[in-house]
Design a protein around this ligand. Structure first.
Ligand SMILES: [Zn+2]
Length: 471
């Protein structure tokens, strides 16, 4: 493992003080035990099970409400609450939203932001991105993921689904960042059986190490890269791994015409039909991109209940050419969520931009101003994302996970408030997000990131990016 030198505030040891009393003074045993219990409970409250009372927040539908968070859940929503809480947030003049769920990211590619732009996908990958990625160490991936986490938190994202290499580093960064995340190791073999074996072993060792926490804030996934870069055997083995570890499958699909034609030539099947023929499709699968689909393929996706991660900004920037048939997917009942893709092809990780683009792209392409309205785009970024990743979040409801953000309603671009949902999707930007709560913990307060030392992250990420790009 790399030498991670991130300095975090030391976690207080709840056992140190009581044990020192116990050892030094036997007659005080009873008092000490009580003190130990009280101290331990207090620390648990402060570190793990903090309650937060949010007062006077405006909800997306426009009404004002108080919201009590206990543990990592939303426990009460009412016009006025006076429950005692460890922390109170005055949210007058602020809009409370479920945090955004970025269902397709390659977080550490934040180190390659702006490194190569305005190139064809093939040249971009072969001459710039792949050579740079070869130079990325485990430590680089850690700092790159932390940089992405800082950007995501500041732009209202509370959960991300990551697909990259050095997954231990991504897992550690996700854990340290305070964000909710689905993390896995992206495998590909290009038909090489030796590579398949080693890739599967790496994925297996990652799953073995981290799958116990699958119900926790950071959980695992299985990630065959794409049907054209993975052999049939690797896809089937990945499916088995996902079943064994009760993990989601995350895969690229039909991003470009080239890959569709390649697969057609090789298998005589279109990508969705090919995956269906392997028994790969189910509600457990998240398919990134899905730009070049036929109506028949959409029906197959709907039949199997697979989720689509739509990445319109990345698709447009890489000139994928087509437009993902989102209205047809919705009509067939496919669950559509949103993703940024990596920062090398977006180049931002802001879900505000993705929501807006998802809506504008369909309107413009179809000459239909009603296509993908603001509410639909917002739902893609929140509740549909939660459904895709299998987490009980994405909505402000009692019992849901406390993954929430606050936006400043008095910022010039948020006024007037004729329609909050229009402002959220068509006008809001990252700078409007003031606070972020993830898993019931405040990770950003008044635009100060509390979960980690952000200054250190920015410094280390700058150093790593410099070395990768120019060494
Ligand atoms: Zn991708």
């Amino acid at each position: 493992m790399p030498d991670f030198t991130l300095t975090l505030p030391a976690t207080p040891n709840p056992f140190f003080f009581p044990f020192s009393i116990l050892l030094s003074s036997v007659p005080l045993l009873g008092v000490s035990a009580l003190l130990a219990l009280a101290l331990f409970k207090n620390l648990r409250n402060k570190t793990n099970h903090m309650s937060i009372l949010i007062k006077g927040a405006t909800l997306p539908e426009g009404k004002q409400s108080d919201i009590l968070l206990e543990g990592n859940k939303i426990s009460k929503i009412a016009p006025s609450l006076a429950e005692p809480a460890d922390e109170k947030i005055d949210a007058k003049g602020k809009l409370l939203l479920p945090g955004f769920i970025n269902t397709h990211a390659h977080s550490a590619m934040s180190l390659l932001r702006g490194f190569a732009d305005d190139m064809s996908l093939k040249r971009w990958l072969e001459t710039k991105i792949w050579p740079a990625e070869k130079k990325m160490s485990e430590t680089d991936v850690y700092w790159g993921t932390m940089l992405a986490a800082a950007e995501m938190i500041r732009s209202g994202t509370t959960c991300f689904s990551d697909m990259y290499f050095h997954p231990d580093s991504v897992h550690k960064a996700a854990t340290d960042s305070g964000m909710r995340a689905m993390v896995g190791y992206s495998v590909l073999d290009l038909g090489d059986s030796a590579k398949r074996k080693s890739e599967l072993a790496l994925s297996e060792s990652f799953l073995k190490k981290h799958s116990k926490a699958k119900q926790g804030r950071v959980f695992v996934s299985v990630q065959p890269h794409a049907p054209n870069t993975c052999s049939k055997e690797l896809l089937i083995a990945s499916l088995e791994q996902a079943k064994n570890y009760n993990a989601k499958l995350h895969i690229h699909l039909s991003e470009t015409r080239r890959e569709v034609f390649e697969l057609l030539q090789k298998t005589k099947m279109r990508p969705v039909d090919y995956l269906a023929s392997l028994g790969f499709l189910s509600p457990n699968v998240i398919l990134a991109h899905c730009v070049w689909l036929t109506k028949q393929e959409i029906k197959v996706l709907a039949h199997h209940g697979a989720s689509v991660s739509h990445n319109p900004v990345s698709n447009m920037k890489l000139a994928s050419g087509g437009v993902a048939p989102i209205p047809e997917m919705l009509e067939s009942g496919v669950n559509v969520a949103l993703g940024t893709d990596g920062a090398a092809s977006n180049n931002s990780l802001s879900m505000f931009e993705v929501m807006k683009t998802a809506s504008l792209l369909q309107k413009n392409m179809r000459w239909d101003e009603q296509s993908i309205n603001a509410q639909q785009s917002f739902d893609f970024a929140t509740r549909n994302g939660a459904k895709a990743l299998g987490i009980d979040a994405g909505e402000i409801k009692e019992g849901k996970l406390a993954d929430l953000i606050l936006l400043d309603l008095n910022a010039p671009n948020m006024l007037p408030a004729h329609s909050l949902i229009s402002n959220i999707v068509y006008s809001a930007h990252a700078g409007n997000v003031t606070d972020s709560i993830i898993d019931g913990k405040i990770v950003m307060r008044n635009r100060k990131v509390l979960a980690f030392d952000e200054e250190k992250v920015l410094e280390e990420a700058k150093k790593a990016a410099q070395r990768i790009a120019y060494s």
